[in-house]
Design a protein around this ligand. Structure first.
Ligand code: C5P
Length: 236
């Protein structure tokens, strides 16, 4: 069952609360990212919790291992369900994060969904985006993290090449058919994401920027419910 996480990419607690009120009873998992957290800190997290929601704290930690491990420990004190790290920070950093105890779930960003094949050539002229995603996902799993953040377009390939690693897939870059891509380059529709059994889809602007966010969320959930499961290339 695919769960929707709504990205609360707004700048005020008032706007955050408006969204939480509108979506109450329909959405229970929310992403607090760097904009809201930088502006309002723990109050942004507590507001979600006050409305009965769970929090994915998406601050994409990437620093030396000890600093990241300490940040993960602090996020546990906030009572969040999941935090993100950037796997480009290396395996030692990912392992230090995974070994923090107690800790929330850790989801590792492979390659941002706003990047395309040309962008990764900065690493190497022949760098291939799919192999970077695969290698980073595998490294994250070996380090002991719980999930991988990538484009939904990469999930089937990752399941096939990483065999049955028990990694959860968390995918931003989700756009209803015909919707604006904004700055996302590797996108997929909610129906397709549900059909291939992605664990969590992170959706921001298609819901939060809609004239009626509740209606937009309900339409997305309905389309996912009716998605025909696509046979997976590897059993889950
Ligand atoms: O508005 P939109 O649906 O594009 O929001 C997607 C959210 O997911 C944003 O908050 C963005 O920070 C986040 N994200 C992403 N790509 C990643 C990891 C997180 O777009 N690889």
């Amino acid at each position: 069952m695919t769960e929707v996480i709504v990205a609360l990419d707004v700048d005020t607690l008032h706007k955050e609360e408006e969204l939480l009120e509108r979506l109450k009873g329909t959405i229970t998992f929310y992403k607090v990212g760097m904009r809201l957290f930088t502006a309002h800190g723990r109050r942004a997290v507590e507001l979600v919790q006050k409305h009965g929601g769970r929090v994915f704290l998406d601050l994409k930690f990437m620093d030396i291992p000890q600093t990241v491990a300490h940040a993960v420990e602090e996020s546990q004190k906030l009572g969040v369900d999941a935090v993100s790290i950037h796997l480009l920070g290396g395996s030692e950093m990912a392992r230090a994060a995974a070994q923090a105890s107690p800790r929330p779930k850790i989801w590792g960003v492979t390659v941002l969904t706003s990047l395309g094949p040309q962008d990764v050539r900065v690493f190497h002229p022949r760098a291939s985006l799919p192999s970077m995603v695969r290698n980073l996902a595998r490294m994250g799993w070996a380090a002991g993290i719980d999930g991988t953040i990538c484009s939904a377009q990469e999930v089937l390939h990752l399941r096939k090449t990483l065999k049955n690693l028990p990694l959860k897939f968390v995918t931003p870059g989700i756009r209803p058919a015909g919707g604006a891509a904004h700055d996302q380059k590797r996108v997929m529709t909610p129906e397709e994401a549900a059909a291939i059994g992605i664990d969590y889809v992170v959706i921001g602007r298609p819901i939060t920027g809609a004239p009626d966010p509740l209606r937009a969320a309900q339409d997305i959930l309905a389309s996912m419910k009716h998605a025909a499961p696509r046979s997976l290339e590897t059993p889950r």
